[in-house]
Structures are given as structure tokens and as C-alpha cells.
Design a protein around this ligand. Sequence first.
Ligand SMILES: Nc1nc2c(ncn2[C@@H]2O[C@H](COP(=O)(O)OP(=O)(O)OP(=O)(O)O)[C@@H](O)[C@H]2O)c(=O)[nH]1
Ligand SMILES: [Mg+2]
Length: 259
Amino acid sequence: MILASWRTIARLVKNSDIVVEVVDIRDPHSTMSKKLEKIVYALDKTLLIVLNKCDLVPRSVAEGWKSYLEGLGYKVMYISATSRLGTRMLRGWIKSMAPYKPFIVVVVGYPKTGKSSIINALRGRRGAPTSPIPGSPGYTRGVQILKVENDFYMIDTPGIIPVDGPLPEAIIRGRAPEEIKDPVPAAVALIERALKYNPKAIADAYGIEEKDPYKILELLALKRGWRYKTTGEPLIEESARTIIRDYHTAKLYFYVPPP
Ligand SMILES: Nc1nc2c(ncn2[C@@H]2O[C@H](COP(=O)(O)OP(=O)(O)OP(=O)(O)O)[C@@H](O)[C@H]2O)c(=O)[nH]1
Ligand SMILES: [Mg+2]
């Protein structure tokens, strides 16, 4: 799959008036990019942080993240692109920040945070393709400029990730689950994070009452009948890919509370 290069991002930021960084509100710290911020500030552009997918967390959590990040000096809004919560306000907010007309807003962020969905919501119609899983049909391949209304344009970009980012983000968002060579370490990190923030995450998603990540992968493989043909051992790579996929679709459910 295709990620946007930092060089492309820098060029797009330079040619835009406002930068919207889309962040997954389930886990803002893991899906915000320091490197992106540096580029935006160096080019002296306005940065707006949009915490997306707020339908997946309680309102108090969304409010908590907003005030925490505002306390750090960011301009922040939370919305749900797919449930159309706050999208009209977002459009007004962006317009109020525009220095002149016409203006261009570039939308950037990690893969699968909902960049294309936000643009579609603001336009009130589809146009930017979307998809739940990295690398599946509908993920954003190239840079696309879309008209939101007169004098208001948005640029959709493919996701970016830090090249040497920590587990599991760089792995699970960086390529399609089928293409991850060794998905187990990333899945283990994801399971640990899920259980830390929602002790019932695995039980609710798979009916497995177990806390050890490797055992969880084994039990899931046995439950679904995934075994190595040669040895009959549980095929934990398949479980790992499933868990990664289920995080993207929020079947594996957890969120990180604000500090
Ligand atoms: N629950 C929920 N899901 C959302 C929301 N916004 C987007 N999604 C889902 O998240 C997935 C990714 O959305 P996209 O809009 O394709 O994300 P993207 O950032 O454009 O992805 P890339 O272009 O591949 O980087 C899709 O399955 C969307 O339906 C939201 O507000 N709430
Ligand atoms: Mg997209």
C-alpha cells in the first residue's frame, strides 16, 4: 500500500493555508505526529487537531482529551465523521480560521484515522474513497483535491506514519494485515494495550477469558480451527492478523482515557 512521503507532506503543507491533523480519539498519543507538527510550525501554518471517531468513546473522555490538548496549546475539536457529530461545527470553525479566500486545507494524519471520511462529511457527499482496513480497496492512494464549497478546498492525502515508530502503530497502520510478515509482536502489543484499558476487550470480542497475549492468540486459533497443516499447531499468525483487523473495525474495543 502507499503512504505519503514526508517530502510530499511538506510540499502540500507549504501550498496550503490550514493544516488539519486527524487523530484517532481512541488513542490520541499514539496517533499524533510530532514530526508533522514540526513541519507545520516551521512553515508557519495554522494547525487544527481534529479528534475523530468520538462516537467510540464516552463524551467525558472526548471532553477530557480536548481540554488536555488545549492545555498544551493546541487548537482542538472532536467529531465523528461517520455519525456526523460536530461536522457542521468543524466546517464553520475551519472557515473562521481562513486568512483569505479562496483557501486550501490539507488533511493529514496516520492511516485509517478517518481523513477521507471527514472530507466526505464536510462536503455532504462522497468523493474521497474510504475503507476500514489498511491496504483494502478504498484506502487513499494519491493526493486528491476536493471542493467543499465555494472558495473552500480540501486536499486528501494517504496516511503517514513515523518510519521507526513504536509498536504496534507503525506495523498495524503501515500495511494490510495480510502483508504483515510477522504480525505476532504487533498483535501482542495491541492485546496488552487493549487489556490495559479495557480488561473485558478480549472476552467481549472473542469470548476468551485469558490475560496472556500468546495464550489468547493460541486459543483464538484453536477456536477458529486455524492450524499449521504440517504440525497441527495453532496458527497464531492468523489470530494476530484477525486481532489487528478487529482493532481497525473497533470490534476489539478499548480507548485510552485522557491524562
Ligand atoms: N466509528 C467511526 N468510524 C469512522 C469514523 N470516521 C471514519 N471511520 C472509519 O474508519 C475507517 C477509515 O476511514 P477513512 O476515511 O478511509 O480513513 P483515512 O484516514 O482516509 O484512511 P487512509 O486514506 O487509508 O489513510 C473507515 O472504515 C471509516 O468508516 C468515525 O467518526 N467513527
Ligand atoms: Mg483516505
